[in-house]
Write a protein that binds this ligand. Structure first.
Ligand code: ADP
Length: 580
């Protein structure tokens, strides 16, 4: 069937494409198995016959001359012709062992034409083959590679095989320091390519391979200017689920990103114990993000003047209207001051809707500082954050006053559930809690650490839902209480967490994976009906998951199962095997 362009016998498109594919297959086969086309087969046959015939003829003539004592250099016309044919066929046959003899060049023109009409995927596949066949060397600059590398290839090929001439130039510029690595996104206008080039340059500079750190499968545009600078890939963390968690009459499946074996399984067991006991109840006590700048005066008296001004209830409305200017959601709630000599620390607290709120509160604080400068021109703003906030550090101010969402969550676990599901007794749980979480932590001088492992659950849920993992520090402040109730039969368990800092908009929450986990909890993005209710719900879920985690781990410890289960689920045998 003639499937060439312009043929009068051109078949329907469907047949045409499939026939083209067959032709591609047939041609590929020819090239791959190295079989010789007909014309070449005939000429090979002729030259082989000529070569062996003239060789035989010349050897026979040589033997006769030796027998008849005829000088060898005396040659007849037929011998001259035979020598000529011998040399010619010999040269031809030498070529038989070289690539040029079976060179498929005669096909390249046809190939061009067929590629134009052929299936697009097939063309891409063929181009891929050529690119890869160039070898894995990063320095490969062959024209074939350069011409045929198309953007699509980046998605499918290992990094080292997909370098265009342009890429190569940019990489060299980064390696030599001519182009700063951080400027690649703005210079290239393509975040994925920037990450790819930065990564190859980094491998060349350090001589260290980044194999295993994935590059593909991530939307680099989505992190530009908000989540991560100078990306070279992304780290994978498995996400497990614990639940259903029955909380305030609603069921939640809690996503947890962790590499700690046992953690999800244990939290899941706690969820089960809570569920079959009728669920947990939570109350949000406070919701306000804080920022505390430090300002300095010439005297302690002037610092005190500002303190009294800021804490005067009559001034609050004016200050609030100045603070609230910069956001629809940031609403000033409170100002608390602390003096250290001539220095004043001003802790602003505001609601932040569904955002975790650090940016929002900082903008509001800046408005107020600018406003105060008119009445307090001698005020020297040392820093927008003076650590009295206090962000990402253990601090009593957060433990006592709260920061972000303050939540208390409780459940009553029935006696038989404590026995059947948690494999322990109410009395031993109550005793362990008193001696470990309360007395033991007091002995250790704990600050907000009156719990068994709140930070385990907080970190895992934070990572899964795109929270700032560094805020795990204060978000894990928690006091776990356990008491025997109902005549000592059942267990009342609670967690009180004064500073859970979470949001469902902004930061990492908008990234695809994290956003999917928020969606699983039904708290993705901004709540359209009641701003802030998604973030508040998320804080309650965090507290409930901590409650489940506390119950399960405390039970494991009181039943003496902890070491056993960790040996089973939380111990890598790979390294041990190699060391053995
Ligand atoms: P953060 O203050 O936590 O650092 P961002 O400033 O990154 O968060 O994100 C908050 C942004 O989201 C603000 O620009 C805000 O106007 C917007 N936004 C939209 N809907 C909401 C909402 N329901 N609650 C809070 N912020 C919202």
């Amino acid at each position: 069937m003639d499937v060439r362009r312009g043929s009068s016998l051109k078949p329907s498109f469907k047949n045409h494409v499939s026939d083209d594919n067959k032709m591609f297959e047939a041609k590929d086969k020819k090239v791959v198995d190295g079989s010789v086309p007909l014309s070449l087969g005939i000429s090979n046959g002729v030259f082989f016959t000529v070569f062996f015939s003239v060789t035989y003829f010349l050897l026979t003539r040589w033997r006769e001359k030796i027998r008849n004592s005829t000088p060898l250099h005396v040659v007849t016309m037929s011998e001259i012709a035979a020598i000529f044919l011998f040399v010619a066929s010999f040269i031809y046959l030498i070529g038989f062992f070289g690539m040029s003899f079976v060179n498929p060049t005669p096909y390249s023109d046809d190939e061009e034409e067929e590629e134009i009409e052929g299936d697009v995927n097939e063309i891409v596949r063929k181009e891929d083959t050529r690119v890869t066949s160039c070898g894995a060397a990063l320095d490969c600059e062959s024209d074939v590679v350069v011409k045929h590398v198309i953007k699509k290839d980046l998605e499918h090929l290992p990094t080292e095989t997909v370098l265009t001439e342009e890429d190569e130039e940019v990489i060299k510029a980064v390696v030599s320091g001519k182009t700063p690595s951080y400027s690649l996104e703005s210079k290239l206008g393509d975040c994925k390519r920037a990450a790819f080039i930065r990564r190859v340059a980094l491998e060349r500079i350090t001589g260290k391979s980044l194999d295993g750190l994935p590059l593909e499968g991530f939307d680099y545009e989505s992190i530009l200017g908000q989540c991560c600078e100078m990306p070279v890939g992304y780290v994978q963390i498995p996400v497990g689920i614990a639940g259903p968690m029955l909380l305030d009459g609603q069921e939640f499946t809690v996503p947890m990103a962790t590499t700690e074996g046992c953690l999800v399984a244990s939290t899941n067991r706690g969820c089960k114990a809570i569920y079959v006991s009728g669920g947990a109840t939570s109350v949000l006590l406070k919701d306000g993000m804080t920022r505390a700048p430090v300002v300095r005066f010439g005297t302690a008296k002037r610092a005190a003047d500002l303190k009294f001004f800021l804490e005067e209830p009559l001034n609050f409305d004016t200050l609030a209207s100045v603070f609230n200017k910069s956001s629809r959601f940031g609403r000033l709630q409170r100002i608390q001051c602390a003096i250290a000599g001539k220095n004043l620390y001003v802790r602003f607290t505001c609601s932040t809707g569904d955002a975790m709120g650090m940016n929002m509160v900082s903008k509001g604080v800046q408005n107020v500082l600018d406003y105060l400068q008119a009445d307090f021109p001698d005020m020297d703003v040392i820093g927008i954050s003076g650590n009295y906030c206090s962000d990402k550090k253990p601090a009593a101010v957060n433990w006592i006053e709260g920061r972000g969402k303050s939540v208390v969550c409780e459940a009553i676990i029935k006696e038989e559930i404590v026995k059947k599901v948690l494999k322990t007794t109410v009395a031993s749980l109550v005793e362990l809690n008193m001696l470990k979480n309360l007395t033991g932590s007091a002995m250790a001088g704990a600050l907000g650490g009156f719990n068994a492992h709140a930070s385990n659950i907080v970190s895992a849920v934070f990572l899964a839902t795109g929270q700032d993992p560094a805020q795990n520090v204060e978000s894990s402040h928690c006091i776990t209480m356990m008491e025997a109730v109902n005549d000592g039969k059942d267990l009342h368990v609670s967690v009180t967490m004064p500073s859970i800092e979470v949001g469902t908009v902004g930061g990492g929450t908008q990234l695809a994976s994290q956003s999917a986990c928020l969606n699983l909890l039904g708290v993705k993005g901004a709540n359209k009906e009641l701003a802030g209710s998604n973030a508040r719900q998320l804080a309650k879920v965090v507290a409930a998951a901590v409650l489940a985690g506390e119950l399960s781990l405390m039970s494991a410890i009181s039943a003496g199962q902890l070491v056993k289960s960790h040996m089973k689920y939380n111990r890598s045998t790979r390294d041990l095997a190699s060391k053995a």
